[in-house]
Design a protein around this ligand. Sequence first.
Ligand code: GDP
Ligand code: IMO
Ligand code: MG
Length: 409
Amino acid sequence: MNVAVIGAQWGDEGKGKIVDYLATDAQIIVRFSGGANAGHTIVRGGEQFALHLVPSGVLYPDKRVVLGTGMVIDPEALFDELGMLAERGIDWEGRVMISDRAHVVLPRYRALDKSLEAARKRPIGTTGRGIGVAYSMKSSRDGVRLADLFDDRLLENLEDDDRAFIAKWRDRLAPLAVDLTHYLSGHRNTYCLFEGAQGALLDLDTGTYPYVSSGMSGAGGAATQGGIGPRRLDKVLGVFKAYSTRVGNGPFPTEFDDGSQSALCQFIRDTGREYGVTTGRPRRCGYLDLVALRYACLANSIDSLVLTHLDVYDTLDSFEACVAYKVRGGLVEHFPASVRDLEDAEPVLRTFRGWKRSLKDVREYDELPREARDYVSFIEEFTETSIDIVSVGYDRRDTIVRRSPWTRS
Ligand code: GDP
Ligand code: IMO
Ligand code: MG
């Protein structure tokens, strides 16, 4: 069975935590998009891991993990991360593979990423990891894939520095290479998780372009860049927070303002530890945007939602969520493509009552306070999508499962 876990907002929804949790029942975990721009946090028993490239199933000693075809891989960052895992007692040798169709990020791409940003009148706020450049090189057919690392005819097109870089890393990369589609076709009866990076609103096609990343971070990416094809994807899970965050620039209709909402913003940032895993940047925060979430569900055929960070609202008397926009006086109920419309959008907010108690130890859905269940039900009705998992803390254990994703329905 093949289950994809994607971000349903602007990234950092808690995908790492949820993939790690669900991986208990999986045999193979494939990360299908992005590169070292991602930062996925896993906390188990007080120990915290931040992963950028390696799929979130790696902490289990018996799982195989694959860096998929849609990924762009910086070998320096990868071997740093694998070194960190080994130092912390995670034996990864023989379990970590890389699709031989994945692309390599060259040092030059990182430098170009930064200089392109510096030259932009309206910068995107990239992570500076060379991601956009790697995907442009791939699209213009000038990229370097793992499968071609020893093909000197193709490498002839590269500059000397690039060739030297490839020569330095290829002997370490080559043993990890696998033909992903072929490999997965030999494991048809296993439980396989497809881990997204970024999120639906950072996807190159469905996101808030040009303020997006450059990969396919939605469900389409899971199918094609995870190596299986669309019809073999059994389920798509969309992870979202009880509120919204965004790092980098770009429109964010529900973003808290610097005036009356600044204290609330700082409270959520501190309580939810909303600082970038990759760059350390404080994340922009705002209320949940249900218009955007409904769009993410539709654009990715999300079968069920995973609500995270519900505990961050524990102490609030009340909070709000956006159910429509006012754009230059007119009511808009769907998520617009135009950046200008999104920048001009004023959220139409609905108020919800807080529950004023800690959710941290709740493990059964029915034990959640009525106010929390009312919030869940409203989101389900609004998005026409069921919320099957609720996360009430960052630890692996702080998770309520209403319906397991590993059931076919
Ligand atoms: P990802 O990129 O989607 O994997 O998410 P990140 O790891 O970048 O950011 C999510 C942050 O929230 C991390 O610090 C997680 O440890 C934390 N987290 C995940 N789920 C929850 C939750 O339900 N409650 C709280 N308080 N923190 C959570
Ligand atoms: P995870 O997987 C949040 C954002 C950057 C920037 C834009 C483009 O941890 O959810 P890039 O370096 O990719 O060209 O930057 O995308 N971004 C993320 N934001 N979470 C991520 O990953 C992100 N990956 C990229 O901040 O706004
Ligand atoms: Mg993250």
